[in-house]
Design a protein around this ligand. Structure first.
Ligand SMILES: [Zn+2]
Length: 273
């Protein structure tokens, strides 16, 4: 199958990834990285194994080494989509079982495949029925207007030296995640701040350089309001698998939106659970 995925590399825009099933060798190398705690390198190994070709701009790449290089330029959320679709191809099954707790009465809604009187009942979600957002213009990046400006004080005097009102970022890539994870292996929030900092392009409409990024980048994201960070994460997820689904509680009739456990879908495929 082909999935529309934006990749900006070498001044070109690649737009599609052809995805097939993984070999035993791919599964083994992704599992090895995952067991070593290198979640992002595991995703890389897996995606290289399931991506048959990456195409766009009149160019089609099929060489695995080149595919590996391009996947590092892929937006992180898109990598996750490729990984999940590759898992569905590999398993020959795109069903996503899960347990969801009713926010009102606490009852657990369990979605699974079951067998009732010899008849198979499938209550699970299916990857192919989840909506998928296509990014038609990846060059424009992510624009964020902050609900409250981020103020950055001088370390010694506390004087405010930067007031950030808006940010434009490139799409954080898998390569940036791998590098940031190597630097912050045991601290997921520090890792994400480093990834975001690496991706900042404009601050208050002005281009920033690497010394700005190094001095203020991580700090800016750690001082950002939770509401603004949530908006940033939502923008990043907009062009990938839409994992929010509507759930209903049979007991109290409450309906709510819940997140489908794609992470579980991918990792259970790696471990064979
Ligand atoms: Zn309920």
């Amino acid at each position: 199958m082909k999935l529309p995925v934006p990749v900006l590399a070498d001044g070109k825009v690649f737009t599609d990834v052809k995805i097939g099933e993984a070999s035993a060798g791919t599964l083994a190398s992704a599992r090895r990285e995952a067991d070593a705690g290198a979640e992002y390198s595991a995703l890389l190994e897996w995606c290289v194994g399931v991506a048959r070709e990456i195409s766009g701009d009149g160019d089609t790449v099929t060489d695995p080494q080149e595919i590996k290089r391009l996947i590092k330029f892929m937006p992180f959320e898109s990598v996750y989509a490729v990984a999940c679709y590759g898992m569905a191809e590999t398993k020959g099954d795109d069903s996503i079982p899960g347990e969801y707790q009713c926010p009102k009465c606490g009852r657990i809604v369990r979605l699974e495949k079951s067998n009732v009187d010899g008849e198979e009942i499938d209550d699970t979600d299916h990857l192919r029925t989840l909506k998928y957002g296509i990014c038609s213009n990846p060059e424009s990046g992510i624009s964020l207007s902050l609900s409250r400006p981020i103020e950055i004080p001088r370390k010694d005097t506390g004087e405010i030296i930067e007031t950030i009102e808006s940010i434009v970022m490139d799409w954080p890539t898998l390569g940036q995640c791998i590098r940031a994870h190597q630097k912050n292996p045991d601290n997921e929030s520090a890792m994400m701040f480093a990834v975001y900092a690496d991706a900042i392009r404009l601050v208050n409409g002005k281009k920033i350089d690497s010394s700005w990024r190094a001095s203020f980048g991580d700090l800016a994201f750690s001082r950002m309001m939770v509401r603004d960070q949530a908006a940033l994460v939502a923008s990043m997820k907009k062009y990938s698998i839409q994992s929010k689904v509507s759930r209903a509680c049979m007991k109290c009739k409450t309906r709510w939106d819940a997140e489908v456990d794609l992470r579980g879908f991918f990792s259970s495929g790696l471990t064979g659970d």
